[in-house]
Design a binder for this molecule. Structure first.
Ligand SMILES: [Zn+2]
Ligand SMILES: [Zn+2]
Length: 304
């Protein structure tokens, strides 16, 4: 896991949003909606709590066991060690059932973030066992952070983000706002509120920014909850598509526009991402309708 280069400025905003959304889709496809919803409660703060009075190795093993249980890996055993290394942590992905996790030596004196580092590494083990991976290190790490957050252990990673006058720390590949986004997507899908768990003020701020982005996903056309400006643009693009069948009005190139029109068997169809799992949904263009996402089964009120 990346350390986020201590001392370097922390990247903010949503530069990895496309990959994050693909990761959520891939997770629903691999686990099924029932599988995803079997992770209905997040890891509780007490399970990852680690005080300086705790024995270093026994404490790390205890937190690792809690994460193994949380991530539904009952027969996996994590052996946690510490050494001098460039990265924050790493895990050896083998057939198991024993897995060796190495944590950066600095965690000996930063124990409260051991849970965050272990959450990411143990999610690597889960994804390895599921056979779920993205090509390339960068995308695969984004997948790992996204799944850690979506399955209820990733609030620890966001909470490890702290800045004060003299120091700065951030773990993982997602920006703080992107962690906030995935946590808010989870919160919306599971009817959960992670905000009381944050101990870092910067983490809480990032969560609120990510949550605003997640709420925006619910208000994009053709969903009926879309705002006036979005609906107006949608009507204009639809008119163009009806008048120029088979040509792209340019919506495909504009990242702010989530939908595209395409010719269907019986007239125009609109294709847009599900606001929950981001799988693309295709509907005939014919006014108000209620659809259900074929992947995550979210009920969607639309005006196509
Ligand atoms: Zn990693
Ligand atoms: Zn869906």
């Amino acid at each position: 896991m990346s350390n986020g280069s201590p001392g370097a400025p922390v990247v903010h905003g949503f530069p990895h949003l496309d990959t994050v959304r693909s990761a959520i889709t891939a997770l629903y496809r691999r686990l099924s909606p029932d599988g995803v919803h079997s992770y209905g409660t997040s890891l509780v703060p007490a399970d990852a709590a680690f005080s300086d009075a705790d024995d270093l190795h026994l404490g790390a093993q205890r937190v690792a066991r809690a994460l193994v249980q949380h991530l539904h890996l009952p027969d996996a055993r994590m052996i946690v060690g510490f050494r001098t290394m460039e990265h924050a942590a790493s895990v050896e992905l083998t057939a198991g059932p024993e897995y060796f996790i190495e944590l950066n030596d600095r965690f000996r004196t930063h124990r409260r973030d051991i849970g965050a580092a272990l959450a990411h590494e143990i999610t690597h083990v889960l994804l390895h066992r599921l056979g779920l991976e993205f090509p390339g290190t960068r995308d695969n790490e984004i997948l790992t952070d996204t799944v850690t957050a979506y399955l209820g252990a990733g609030w620890l990673l966001l909470d490890a983000f702290r800045e004060d006058a003299t120091s700065r720390q951030k773990l993982g590949y997602l920006t703080p706002e992107e962690f906030g986004y995935v946590l808010a997507k989870r919160a919306l899908a599971f009817d959960e509120d992670p905000s009381p768990w944050f101990t870092s003020p910067q983490a809480y701020t990032a969560y609120t920014k990510g949550r605003a982005q997640a709420l925006h996903d619910l208000r994009r056309p053709p969903l009926t909850a879309a705002g006036w400006a979005g609906r107006r643009r949608y009507a204009k693009d639809r008119r163009y598509a009806q008048d120029h069948p088979g040509t792209d009005p340019g919506t495909g190139a504009d990242p702010a526009v989530p939908y595209t029109f395409e010719p269907g068997g019986e007239g125009l169809r609109v294709s847009f991402p599900c606001p929950t799992c981001h799988q693309r949904i295709r509907l005939p263009v014919r006014g108000r309708t209620v659809a259900r996402c074929g992947l995550c089964r979210t009920r969607l009120e639309c005006d196509t």
